[in-house]
Design a protein around this ligand. Structure first.
Ligand code: SF4
Length: 284
């Protein structure tokens, strides 16, 4: 190959000659506990096979503190000030928006909620409804019958048992209809700034597995793994950052690895561009 020419198309094998990592975000693979030993090192088919048997492979630990720190550092550089993308003015609006966001997109929910909260400004307004009355207002977010039941049920409980105030407590939040740990973590972390867990949605699930922060597939176990791997003070921001990363680059199908600052420390099997070996256990 002519020196200086970087091919644009990644090899299907995941091995490639080019490196497209931002210079400012480059780091030593040695300090990050990663392979190959130098950025851009080409791994031939036989080398990959040999590497799997080498001592360095057996020592590779995707949860090594220095690797986790490097991931967090790069996420901080990429997404320094991100927060929840759901529009809201108070804890109740955030709770409703999060319930409505299930199986939908934040953009879709943000289209529906301004009119919804104009029509029903308070918890009491929602509590006075029947689920059937709310259905037309949330229809566009999908699964509207279940969501209507959850929102009206949550409003009745917040009004009758919590004095009209959304509780800032995990156990109490989990008693509300339609509220599981993901929704509770969104409300606690984003509105109350309380880190009682890590938000695990579809983006966090996918990217945590790609980055080998978990091997699990169900949300409660993934959350436990992330609570072990990620320092407590980063739980809230980490989830926001990963969700933004999942929207912008690390999308479900054909992630934009060539533009990803985490590329040379990511070994996901479904990468579309790779300068490092890819792992089967990092598969979506
Ligand atoms: S390199 Fe690709 S798979 Fe890995 S985190 Fe970046 S976009 Fe996702």
């Amino acid at each position: 190959m002519v020196r200086g020419i970087v091919p644009r198309q990644p090899a299907k094998t995941g091995r490639h000659e080019g490196v497209r990592v931002e210079r400012s975000l480059k780091t030593s693979h040695k300090t990050a506990g990663l392979r190959p030993d130098r950025p851009g090192q080409r791994l031939g088919p036989t080398q990959v096979g040999k590497k799997k048997k080498s001592t360095s492979i057996t020592k590779y630990n995707p949860l090594a503190p220095e690797r986790i720190a490097e991931i967090l550092k790069r996420l901080d550089q990429l997404y320094p000030d991100v927060t929840c993308a759901l529009s809201h003015k108070n804890a109740w609006e955030l709770l409703v928006a999060t319930i409505l966001s299930a199986q939908s997109t934040d953009v879709n929910v943000n289209r529906a909620t301004p009119e919804l909260f104009r029509k029903y400004p308070t918890v009491a307004d929602f509590a006075a409804l029947t689920p059937e009355q709310l259905e037309p207002d949330v229809r566009s977010t999908g699964f509207f019958r279940n969501k209507s039941k959850s929102v009206v049920g949550a409003a009745k409980k917040v009004a009758s048992e919590f004095g009209g105030q959304v509780p800032d407590d995990m156990d109490k939040l989990l008693t509300l209809p339609g509220v599981a740990r993901k929704t509770a973590n969104v409300v606690l972390g984003t509105w109350f700034l309380k880190a009682e867990g890590v938000v695990v949605d579809t983006h966090v699930t996918r990217i945590s597995r790609r980055l080998e922060l978990t091997k699990n597939t169900d949300a409660p176990k993934i959350e436990q793994d992330l609570m072990q791997a990620i320092p407590h003070e980063k739980w809230i921001l980490f989830a926001h950052q990963i969700i933004w990363h999942g929207r912008k680059l690390c999308i479900a199908r054909r992630p934009k690895c060539v533009d990803c600052a985490l590329e040379n420390i990511c070994h996901a099997e479904d990468k579309t561009w790779s300068t490092v070996e890819m792992h089967k256990n990092a598969k979506l």
